[in-house]
Design a protein around this ligand. Structure first.
Ligand code: SF4
Length: 220
């Protein structure tokens, strides 16, 4: 199965996912960046609780996060897990914006993908998946996000068994039109498929792709 065939099957079955989940209003881009940091190693439900707390305290604000006491910020985002580390990352992100971009997130997000990626990866606590989520969902630029669902689904369907982040990203990007809306939808659909069907313990009997799946055909 080719990546575009997988995309088409997922889209046919699930329809548009309208990601990024949540995030509206004037601070949408900042909220997406914050959400991308908070969602590391946790479910979106836990992130929603942390974002609600930040909203309640009017903390979706670069200056306020940057100045906020680390312990206080960690307490506000406690529900997202790893809250001390994530508070440090949020502060590093916002302090960087203030010091090096005059607090202008839009300016930073307007950089080219390689520049923006390098800038994000240099910040404390930001790895490949978080950087690419920010590039794709906050900057609306075509960076294909790889996560555990992508690796698992691609491996089981026989699309690619590559585990290295950049190599698997390159695999998908070289086989798809480099289009931010396509990448946006594809990643969201993979997450949906991974949650509903291709779980750690997969629901192969119910899965609409089981006729095309290496894992299923070899598991007898
Ligand atoms: S058949 Fe099973 S292993 Fe294959 S894609 Fe579907 S859920 Fe995943």
């Amino acid at each position: 199965m080719r990546p575009i065939q997988l995309y088409n099957s997922l889209f046919e079955n699930f329809g548009a996912q309208h990601w990024w989940p949540a995030a509206n209003g004037k601070n949408r881009a900042l909220e997406i960046c914050i959400g991308a940091i908070l969602t590391q190693n946790t479910s979106w439900k836990n992130v929603e609780k942390a974002l609600a707390e930040l909203h309640r305290h009017k903390m979706i604000d670069i200056g306020k996060i940057s100045k906020c006491n680390s312990k206080k910020l960690a307490a506000l985002i406690r529900s997202s897990g790893y809250h001390n580390q994530k508070a440090k990352t949020l502060k590093a992100f916002c302090s960087h914006l203030l010091k090096n971009c005059n607090g202008n997130l839009g300016g930073m997000l307007s950089r080219s993908i390689p520049e923006l990626r390098a800038e994000l990866l240099a910040l404390h606590g930001i790895g490949n998946e978080t950087a690419d989520s920010i590039i794709l969902y906050a900057a609306h630029k075509p960076a294909f996000v790889i996560d555990a669902y992508t690796k698992r689904i691609a491996g089981r369907l026989g699309i690619s068994s590559e585990q290295n982040y950049e190599k698997l990203q390159g695999f998908f990007e070289s086989r798809l039109e480099k289009n931010a809306q396509l990448f946006n939808e594809f990643h969201a659909l993979l997450v949906q498929f991974g949650k509903e069907f291709c779980k750690k313990k997969p629901e192969c009997g119910e899965c609409f792709l089981n006729g095309k799946c290496n894992y299923y055909s070899s598991s007898g």
